[in-house]
Design a protein around this ligand. Structure first.
Ligand SMILES: N=c1c2ncn([C@@H]3O[C@H](COP(=O)(O)OP(=O)(O)OP(=O)(O)O)[C@@H](O)[C@H]3O)c2ncn1[C@@H]1O[C@H](COP(=O)(O)O)[C@@H](O)[C@H]1O
Length: 115
């Protein structure tokens, strides 16, 4: 299975937990988060991002992987809430493939053309 396929499958599972599709907050962590609304999962994303940074500072591979998984998972819940798919994020990364980040930033900073 490709990474893309796995993320799509996990996103499908997350979608089944939507309260409007029968997800039950007392039985499902995802349903509970979605039912609580954006403040709940955005707070988790902030916490998991911080934990990922701390894990990376520690430099312990297992911790970095664990915390990054938590971060990605909560981002998938956020994408579902807004009706978005991980395939769209991957497509955006694919669009950027080969485009130098430094060159892209420099072109962004260019002043608009004058008449
Ligand atoms: N990948 C995950 C996943 N990763 C992390 N988590 C949960 O995310 C939470 C992370 O929060 P913390 O580590 O901060 O733990 P906590 O402090 O107890 O959490 P809070 O009470 O503060 O929210 C934990 O409850 C984890 O179990 C996940 N919960 C679910 N999934 C996937 O989502 C699917 C659907 O899950 P349910 O909706 O629970 O059936 C599962 O089958 C899995 O594939």
């Amino acid at each position: 299975m490709t990474t893309n396929d796995f993320l799509a499958r996990l996103a499908d599972t997350i979608a089944t937990r939507r309260p409007d599709r029968g997800g039950q907050p007392d039985k499902s962590y995802v349903a509970k988060l979605l039912a609580k609304g954006p403040d709940a999962f955005l707070k988790k994303i902030g916490e998991e991002a911080t934990e990922t940074v701390l894990a990376a500072k520690d430099g312990v591979a297992e911790k970095i992987i664990y915390e990054t998984a938590d971060l990605w998972f909560h981002c998938l819940v956020m994408l579902e809430y807004y009706g978005l798919r991980p395939e769209q994020v991957i497509a955006e990364l694919a669009r950027r493939e080969g485009l130098s980040g430094l060159e892209e930033k420099a072109s962004r900073d260019e002043p608009p053309p004058t008449r």
